[in-house]
Design a protein around this ligand. Structure first.
Ligand SMILES: C[S@@+](CC[C@H](N)C(=O)[O-])C[C@H]1O[C@@H](n2cnc3c(N)ncnc32)[C@H](O)[C@@H]1O
Length: 236
């Protein structure tokens, strides 16, 4: 089923550029790389790697980095910019052997993946015992605001409010921004936590990083846009 990514690929590549968008450059890249630095990682898999920007950032911290994505146009761009391994596929059916990676990364992809429970089971399967699953995700409060106009609205007194709806109901929404039209999924926070717990993973880190720079930092830091978590597959 179409999710908008193939048609939106050129606009996405332009938006990401070299440094990524605001959320990546000013909020997530730094804490994500900090977690990777803590873990000696010969083999890293980036699930939903897009145009490969974060794979390139991971290069100094891994023996080898593999990027996986279902979108041809994004994979082609990734391959043009690096000699890392890029594989076409979906998170729900990872074309890799059991226990073949030390770190699996899901960087803002859970909201794009239709069958997240299956994807989390697959990401766990390909992790080596003792390995880590590193996730950056959009906060469920924010994804629950998307069908209400995507975030801030003004009340009759002119005050800005974040309006959420249908929080406990899994549903999708077609988001349009910067020339893209993408299908994104909302699920309550418990949906993700329970899927990760049911996969047998153990939470080793959780953070809600704030923007540390950029012109929009003050308004951005008023709401919980993003969180980061690291889960470990038990060693034995
Ligand atoms: C918001 S982008 C994130 C790209 C990259 N991780 C980053 O942070 O820049 C979401 C990515 O998920 C990919 N995607 C969509 N459906 C997927 C699926 N079922 N399995 C894996 N990746 C998927 C899209 O092709 C897209 O590259």
């Amino acid at each position: 089923m179409d999710n908008g990514w193939q048609a939106s690929a050129d606009a996405w590549i332009t938006l990401m550029g070299v440094s990524g968008d605001f959320s990546r450059q000013h909020v997530l890249d730094h804490p994500m790389l900090n977690r990777v630095r803590l873990r000696p990682s010969p083999r890293i898999l980036d699930v939903g790697c897009g145009e490969g920007r974060f794979c390139r950032m991971l290069a100094p911290f891994a023996g080898n980095v593999t990027g996986l994505d279902p979108t041809d146009a994004l994979l082609r761009h990734a391959e043009d910019l690096s000699d890392q391994r890029f594989v076409k596929g979906t998170a729900e059916a990872l074309p890799f052997e059991d226990a073949s990676f030390d770190i699996v990364v899901s960087y803002l992809t859970l909201i794009d993946i239709p069958d997240t429970k299956r994807a989390i089971a697959e990401m766990t399967r390909v992790l080596a015992p003792g390995g880590h699953l590193l996730i950056a995700n959009l906060n469920s409060w924010i994804t629950a605001s998307q069908s209400k106009g995507g975030g801030w609205t003004r009340d009759q007194d002119g005050a800005a409010n974040m309006c959420i709806d249908r929080y406990f109901e899994e549903h999708h929404h077609w988001g349009e921004w910067n020339g893209m039209r993408i299908k994104n999924w909302h699920r309550p926070q418990a949906f993700y936590m329970q899927a990760l717990l049911n996969a047998g993973l153990q939470l080793t880190h959780f953070d809600e990083p704030m923007a540390t720079g950029g012109e929009r930092a003050d308004s951005y830091n008023r709401a919980p846009y993003l969180y980061l978590m690291e889960w470990q597959k038990p060693a034995g």
